[in-house]
Design a protein around this ligand. Structure first.
Ligand SMILES: *[C@@H]1O[C@H](CO)[C@@H](O)[C@H](O)[C@H]1NC(C)=O
Length: 265
């Protein structure tokens, strides 16, 4: 799988080598300064939260051999971990609201993430980033669990990736793709259960290329992915089909008084 990826990467980027495109990022989540961040939700996880996580992990290759008690220890370890400040600052993400199916809507400004830097720094940095990612997955599951009722079980999430700022510098770094392929190969069955829909907005040519490179790796998952460019008039109506305006950040066309349910990182 990695070999295929490398070939695609090399052929795919050949034509645009040397070009760099840096789009100046607007301050979206970086209005963090003006929104009070919620305290971390790690203290005192409920049994329901642990059970919810286990209901997914027991069906995965990576975790199928974990007993419930072992999984609980793992969950507690990861969710109570305070990531290094640098990671938190560089990789923020937030729970914006709920869609009409009561699925949590999560937003990450992926275009601003510096994956290259993380990977280039080597093993320690990569291990920490993976732990950070697993913590994000747990936060996602906790947000699903919080919406479960006797009548209705919520099973997955609605994720928005904002690619504004994505540059070729992130794309043409092979070690990042190797990490991505390994990570996805190991945990795809977990992602598959959790990702109900992924809407990618502000996709420039770099993102479109990245999507093409990822396509053979993520396979069937692409059916749940929608990719839109920078034109809000195209993607905002799509979002509004799935969720009330309250779940949409003001900087994407939501109301002025939008406030995320929680901010992480
Ligand atoms: C928690 O996880 C870290 C990183 O995987 C590990 O080094 C540590 O020993 C674990 N702590 C416990 C109490 O299991």
């Amino acid at each position: 799988m990695i070999r295929i990826l490398i070939v695609i990467l090399l052929t795919g980027t050949a034509g645009i080598e040397g070009q760099t495109e840096i789009i100046e990022g607007s301050d979206k989540l970086h209005l963090r300064n003006s929104i009070e961040s919620e305290p971390r939700q790690d203290a005192g996880l409920s049994e329901a939260a642990y059970k919810k996580v286990y209901s997914y992990t027991k069906n995965t290759n990576a975790f199928k051999d974990f007993s419930y008690e072992q999984m609980k220890a793992r969950i507690l370890n990861t969710s109570s971990w305070v990531p290094p400040a640098e990671l938190q600052k560089s990789f923020p993400y937030y729970h914006a609201g709920y869609d009409y199916e009561k699925r949590p809507v999560w937003v990450a400004e992926i275009g601003k993430f510096d994956f290259r830097d993380i990977v280039a720094k080597g093993d320690k940095s990569i291990v920490e980033a993976k732990r950070y990612l697993f913590q994000a997955v747990l936060n996602g599951i906790f947000s699903i669990a919080a919406m479960d009722t006797e009548e209705q079980e919520i099973k997955d999430t609605f994720v928005i990736f904002d690619m504004e700022g994505a540059s070729i510098k992130q794309l043409n770094f092979l070690p990042s793709w190797v990490q991505f392929a390994e990570l996805f190969g190991k945990y795809w069955d977990l992602v598959f259960q959790l990702l109900g829909r992924l809407v990618i907005i502000n996709a420039n040519y770099v993102t479109k290329l990245a999507t093409d490179i990822a396509r053979p790796v993520v396979g069937q998952l692409m059916e749940r992915v929608e990719v839109y460019g920078v034109n809000r008039n195209v993607w905002l109506p799509r979002l509004l089909k799935h969720m009330p305006i309250e779940a949409i950040p003001s900087w994407y066309g939501g109301k002025k008084n939008f406030k995320p349910i929680s901010i992480h990182g």
